[in-house]
Design a protein around this ligand. Structure first.
Ligand code: 2AM
Ligand code: CA
Length: 272
């Protein structure tokens, strides 16, 4: 199957999953007032959506591997050359989903032999379906996306996010206190996948975040890269859970150097 065909399947599945989530998303007061933890409600829907996505993939491509936020890594039956692995986040931006804020998305990336070659981010409440195929550009509603270029750091609008652990947030706040005076402003959108698509579409100039997972940035990372952005970690590392930086070349290096000097990875390793 070609990357275009994988993308077509990923798109269909992301659209169907979006319909399920829209239909089942509880009204906010119902979620907030519930005696059980609000997170449980979201987790149940997360699982249900991921199960749907897994079933749809398996129905068409039973031999493929699937890595999902909720269900772990299910190895494909035919490893080796041409191995396809789907990298799935059923709801990225779960807190926004819970509160009824619009920045949440279904994210599906498709790897062939370890490289993401197709990606879909369905930002359901925004009515925006972002897609990319490696080498084929990034697209939204029939328009090719181009990230902002030529923006110096002191004019850059930078998206970022914070971890769930208080100890990590202390360090993130210290880093942010040094970044904020050196940029145009900061946005905290709440969804890594949507933030990366916002870099792609030029709604922000750059993005950095510590502690996101592979399924958060697999699809959005390809979309941003195909829109001309550079995406990576600190000191030449590929983008990874420790730190993800994304911006047009030029701004990427400026943002990287600022962050590197602030040692943003000095708290406990991700996952700790
Ligand atoms: P999630 O909504 O699926 O949890 C928020 O800053 C962004 O970081 C979201 O994309 C969120 O994904 C992601 N994220 C993933 N792991 C995280 C973690 N341990 N702490 C905070 N955010 C996390
Ligand atoms: Ca996520």
């Amino acid at each position: 199957m070609l990357p275009d065909d994988l993308l077509a399947l990923a798109k269909d599945i992301a659209v169907e999953a979006g319909e399920l989530l829209l239909a089942k998303r509880p009204a906010r007061p119902e979620v907030i007032d519930t005696k059980s933890s609000p997170t449980d409600v979201v987790t149940a829907l997360d699982r249900e959506t991921e199960d749907l996505i897994r079933a749809r993939i398996k129905a068409v491509r039973p031999a493929d591997a699937i890595l999902g936020e909720e269900g772990g890594d299910v190895p494909g039956a035919v490893p080796g050359q041409g191995r396809v692995r789907w990298v799935v986040d059923p709801i990225d931006g779960t807190v926004n989903f819970l509160y009824g804020l619009p920045a949440w998305a279904i994210s599906i990336g498709v790897e062939v032999d370890g490289e993401i070659v197709a990606g879909v981010v369905n930002a359901v409440p925004m009515g925006e379906l972002y897609t990319a195929v490696k080498g084929g550009g990034a697209w939204l509603a029939g328009e090719r996306l181009h990230c902002n270029t030529g923006v110096p750091l002191d004019r850059a609008l930078i998206a970022t996010g914070f971890g769930y652990a208080a100890s990590r947030r202390v360090v993130q706040a210290e880093v942010l206190a040094q970044v904020l005076p050196r940029v145009r402003d900061i946005r905290r959108g709440g969804s890594c996948a949507v933030d990366l698509c916002s870099v792609a579409s030029g709604r922000v100039d750059g993005y950095y975040e510590r502690g996101t997972q592979y399924w958060d940035h697999a699809a959005g990372g390809l979309i941003a890269a195909e829109a001309g952005a550079r995406i990576g970690g600190l000191h030449g590392k590929p983008y990874n859970p420790e730190l993800t930086i994304c911006a047009a070349p030029g701004l990427f290096e400026e943002l990287h150097d600022l962050l590197a000097a602030l040692d943003p990875e000095r708290d406990a390793p991700t996952g700790a």
